[in-house]
Every structure is written in structure tokens, then in C-alpha cells.
Ligand binder design. Structure first.
Ligand code: UDP
Length: 239
């Protein structure tokens, strides 16, 4: 079931339901894509019709972040839970390892995907990572060729938003994998080059505050969160 939050049609799912949907996509014969918008991206999408269409055109739209879930509650159309992209990706890797399916890692600075792959294989023994490529390339054609040659079932696209959403839409017809997922800086998290917040901060919905503490230059970007929530409150008041 989809729930509209400020123009974005989110899948109202638990983590398990999101993984079940991904499994169904992997059994199908289409190339699908999944997106994981947080409040920052949702705010951008409010103002940018093209970005909104890219997001709403996805087969799976997962609420990555406490801001979106809070917005859904303020609007009285509560989403079941936050489904953080990096946690969803990790759950999916578990499923892939169990079923002998493969993943290709695309994005981040040179060397990060290799490090992420090492950590992923440690956590999910038997996982098939059939290729990787950094996210700093000019010519897209050879990258598409490499991804298709690797014959992966899943493609992690970690180029940051909205670059990754544009990439997935642009190449949906040519790519032969079953599921691509836009995952922002998740490879950095897997690799450990960017640490996730301590558990208590994640549990208190303060992961955004930790990111700000670690990367103060994100301050300008993060102002989109209060702006997004303010827009939500205004919408609620107007009814
Ligand atoms: N990135 C990339 N190619 C680019 C620009 C960015 O691979 O041309 C990567 C960057 O190295 C980082 C990720 O995309 O790993 C973006 O991370 P960020 O935390 O900014 O994204 P978010 O998760 O907030 O969308």
C-alpha cells in the first residue's frame, strides 16, 4: 500500500515487508528500481517536479529517516516504520547470500567499494559480489557494459541523490539486473569510512544529529529537515 507524504508515494511497509517485496522483484523478469528518500530529498522533491517523478516512478519507495516518519504522523497518515536504506541493503545482502544471488557495488570514492565488499562478505558468508566500480566516472556506457557483463541480480547505486535516481531511470531499459537501489553514502557506512551513529542515538531518532556532528559542512543541507517539517505543519494547519 502507498501512502502520500507531501507528494511522495511511500511504500507503507515494515523492514520485513520491504524485503519480501524485494524478493518478489528478484523472482520477476523486469528491471526495477528502489529509492530511499530521507527528509532532505523529500524536501527537494516538493519543489522539483522532475525529482518527484523519478522517486514516484520507482517500484519501491522506502522512508529512510525519522523525519519522513515524523511527517507522516503529523499528517495523520502514519508510516509503519523507518526503513533506513543501509539497513534494508544489509537485510537484502542476507537474502542474496542465502539464495546464491549476486550484487554489484557501484559508487563512492575509489577503494571504498572494495573495503565495503570485504565487510559484507565477513557478515554474510557465501555472498556473491560479482563486481564493483567507483562512482567517479565521466562516460557511463562502459560502466553499464561492465555491470551487465557481471550478470548481477542486484545493483547498489551509491552516487548520492539525485544523481543515483537519474542514473537508474536513464539506464533502466539497458540494465539486465532485476533490482537497482539508490543508497547514497551507504557504501561508506559498510566500509566503515563513515561511521554510523551509536545505537542509542539511532534509537532516539538522532542519527541526523550525529551526522551533523561528524560532518558540520552538512549544516546547510540539513536545514532542509526543519524546512520540510515546517511545510508539513503548515499543510496540516491549512487542512
Ligand atoms: N558519490 C559518487 N559519485 C559522485 C558523487 C558522489 O560516487 O559523483 C558518492 C560519494 O562518494 C558518497 C555518496 O555518493 O559515497 C553520497 O553520499 P552522501 O552521504 O552525500 O549521500 P546521501 O546518502 O546523503 O544521499
Amino acid at each position: 500500500m502507498k501512502t502520500d507524504i507531501m507528494g511522495i508515494a511511500f511504500d507503507n511497509v515494515t523492514m520485513q515487508e520491504a524485503l519480501d517485496k524485494a524478493s518478489a522483484i528478484l523472482r520477476g523478469d523486469k528491471t526495477c528500481y528502489a529509492v530511499t528518500p530521507n527528509a532532505e530529498i523529500a524536501y527537494e522533491a516538493m519543489k522539483d517536479e522532475r525529482l518527484r517523478a523519478l522517486i514516484n516512478g520507482a517500484d519501491l519507495v522506502l522512508p529512510d529517516g525519522a523525519g519522513v516518519v515524523l511527517a507522516s504522523k503529523l499528517l495523520k497518515t502514519p508510516l509503519k516504520q523507518k526503513v533506513a536504506g543501509v539497513d534494508f541493503a544489509d537485510g537484502l545482502l542476507g537474502l542474496l547470500a542465502e539464495s546464491g544471488k549476486s550484487v554489484y557495488l557501484l559508487g563512492s570514492k575509489p577503494g571504498v567499494a572494495e573495503l565495503a565488499a570485504e565487510k559484507m562478505r565477513e557478515k554474510h558468508p557465501g555472498l556473491i559480489i560479482c563486481g564493483m566500480h567507483d562512482g567517479y566516472f565521466k562516460d557511463e556506457a562502459p560502466v553499464i557494459e561492465a555491470v551487465n557483463a557481471a550478470k548481477s541480480d542486484v545493483l547498489f547505486v551509491c552516487l548520492g541523490a539525485p544523481k543515483q535516481e537519474l542514473f537508474m531511470k536513464r539506464h533502466q531499459q539497458e540494465l539486465t539486473c532485476k533490482l537497482m537501489i539508490g543508497l547514497g553514502g551507504s557504501l561508506d557506512s559498510f566500509a566503515g569510512t563513515v561511521k554510523r551513529a551509536p545505537k542509542w542515538m539511532i534509537a532516539a531518532n538522532l542519527e541526523w544529529l550525529y551526522r551533523l556532528y561528524k560532518e558540520p559542512k552538512r549544516f546547510g543541507r540539513m536545514l532542509r529537515l526543519p524546512k520540510y517539517l515546517w511545510a508539513v505543519v503548515c499543510k496540516r494547519i491549512r487542512g
